[in-house]
Each structure stands twice: as structure tokens, then as C-alpha cells.
Design a protein around this ligand. Sequence first.
Ligand SMILES: C[C@](O)(CO)[C@H](O)COP(=O)(O)OP(=O)(O)OC[C@H]1O[C@@H](n2ccc(N)nc2=O)[C@H](O)[C@@H]1O
Ligand SMILES: Nc1ncnc2c1ncn2[C@@H]1O[C@H](COP(=O)(O)OP(=O)(O)OP(=O)(O)O)[C@@H](O)[C@H]1O
Length: 303
Amino acid sequence: MTAVTVRVPAKVNVQLAVGGRRADGFHDLANVFLAVGLYDHVTATPADRLTITGEGRDIASVPLDESNLAAKAALALAAHAGVAPDVHLHIAKDIPVAGGMAGGSADGAAALLACDALWGLHTPAERLLELAGELGSDVPFPLLGGAALGVGRGELLTPLEVGGGFHWVFAVADGGLSTPAVYGECDRLRRARGTGDGVADVPAPEADPALLAALADGDAEALAAALSNDLQEAALSLRPDLAHTIERGLGAGALAGIVSGSGPTVAFLTADAQGSAKVAAELGACARVAEAPAGAAAVLAQP
Ligand SMILES: C[C@](O)(CO)[C@H](O)COP(=O)(O)OP(=O)(O)OC[C@H]1O[C@@H](n2ccc(N)nc2=O)[C@H](O)[C@@H]1O
Ligand SMILES: Nc1ncnc2c1ncn2[C@@H]1O[C@H](COP(=O)(O)OP(=O)(O)OP(=O)(O)O)[C@@H](O)[C@H]1O
């Protein structure tokens, strides 16, 4: 095989319930992922050593070296399979960078699939999911797509039923937010409130049955009423301007607006394509319209 291209979707968290900080520094989650139709493409071609290039509007803020999650994924798969990581990876980036939509994680998942196909490894899906979980908490989900509940630190997935399509508009903010900084701010706010950040004094996170039912029914109004993100307060504390963005989208008729994951992207759920067009017109150039659920990361047929 001479080249393998994988298309991989972004995610929005329709519920992000954050438990106490664990001894390893991570937080236990009930994390309901929904794949959305904004995509990166990762192409793997044979090379005499691991190299990486990229293109796309935010590519200047993506490290094109071995700290890139796609490169880490290629190295991890090669080590697992006992093959040389001799591959060139090219990332065509359309998912906002450091926006809480798991763009880097998507590229890691895509590189696992692309290298597996290029090297003819036929690694079992379960093993790819384990390797993905070792690379990062958000990396396994793009391998499933659709919707899934993530527990543990978010990497242990159970697929969820989705009974219809949902319309979204994403307000991409200038600059990113660091995921560890947002979790740290969540802990700080909890301590300041006297609820502590220990395992003992924060309730165990649980998926909301009303939210799961809304997804299964494909009911946008019910989903809008059930959206929740325990990191939202922390993201707004670090980026107070996001509250204004949420107000603008709601003013333009969105059913709901919520910070996507660790932010700073704000996700608006709308009733239909017309509703999305109105919200996008209000938000202007920062708006990205997308539908959900998107499918899993997949190898594209060669032209
Ligand atoms: C905010 C989310 O995007 C929601 O899906 C994820 O929880 C973040 O997942 P991710 O970017 O893949 O994060 P990782 O690379 O696994 O971890 C980065 C850092 O985020 C924090 N982190 C992440 C996941 C988790 N369950 N608890 C945490 O506290 C930790 O400080 C960790 O060192
Ligand atoms: N392939 C990649 N694409 C984008 N960023 C990457 C990649 N590899 C490493 N990074 C680094 O990871 C940081 C976070 O980028 P990413 O786009 O994954 O954030 P995010 O969407 O907020 O992640 P998450 O939602 O998983 O917390 C970037 O600032 C960048 O330095």
C-alpha cells in the first residue's frame, strides 16, 4: 500500500460530570461524547523515518514533531507490533486547535488506524482502543464515533443509541484553553466553595438518564434541556468573555449553549438547519455549522 488516508470527527461533550481528583491527578468522569461532522484527515505514507507535516487554518499552533499525538500514536503502535515506525504523517486540520473538541486526540486515533492499515497489522479493535486510552483520555472515542459514555478518566467507553440527527453551531474562540488548567480551576473553585477536591467529598459522577433518553429519542429540545458540563464554570472563570458568546447564540434562537469540553469553543444546539443558519449569522466568522452524530474514524477509499 502506498498511502492511507483516515477521516476523523471532532466531539462535543453533551454531558461532562466531573468527580473528585484521583491520586493520579486525573478526575473520574461520566463523559457523554457525541461525534460531530467537523473532520481532520491524516494520511500515512511509507518513509525512511517518522516525519510529520500539516496544513489547515490553525496548523501554526500544532507541534509538527514527536510531541504531536499522531506521531505518538504511530510510535506506540509500532512498539506494540514490533515494527519500525517508518512513516510520514500528513495532517489536514479542520478541527479547531485547543478548542475542547479533541482535535489532537482525533489525529492520534486517525494515525493509529492509518498506520495499522499501511503496515498491514490488522490489530484487533479492542487492542487499538487500549492503545488509544494510553495516549489520552479522549483518544478512544473517535474510533467508535456516534455517541458513547466514557467512564474512568473518560477512556472506558460504552456505545450509546442515537435516534436522530442533531444540528449544532460551534463558536470558535480566539486562543485556546489548556485542559489541565481548566481541570485545575474546577478544583480551585470547589475548594473555595468548601466542597473540596478530594474523592470523598465530590459525588461520584453519573450519566443523566434524561440525557441518554433524549439522545436515544433524537429529541433536540429534550437534549437541550439536559446538556451539562461541570467544567463550564471553570472555563468561564478563565475566559469570562465566553458568557457573552453564549448570550449571543441564545439570543439568535439556539435551543441551548454550552462550553464544549474544556473550552473555549461554545457549542449551540439548534432545532434545525434554518436555526443553525440564524445562529451562525449572528456569530459571524467564528461560527462552524455541523451535524451529529458523525461516524467513526475510517480509512477512505483510495482514488
Ligand atoms: C475535557 C475533555 O476533553 C472531555 O472529553 C477530556 O476530559 C480531556 O481529555 P484529554 O485532552 O485526552 O486529556 P489527557 O491527555 O488524558 O489529560 C490531560 C490532562 O487533563 C486532566 N484530566 C484529563 C482527563 C480527566 N479525566 N481528568 C483530568 O484531570 C489532567 O490534568 C491531565 O493531565
Ligand atoms: N495533532 C494535534 N493537533 C492539535 N493539537 C495537538 C496535536 N498534537 C498535539 N497537540 C497539542 O495539544 C494541544 C491541545 O490541542 P487539542 O486541539 O487536542 O485541544 P482540545 O481540543 O482542547 O483537546 P481536548 O478536547 O481533548 O481537551 C495543542 O495546543 C497542541 O499543542
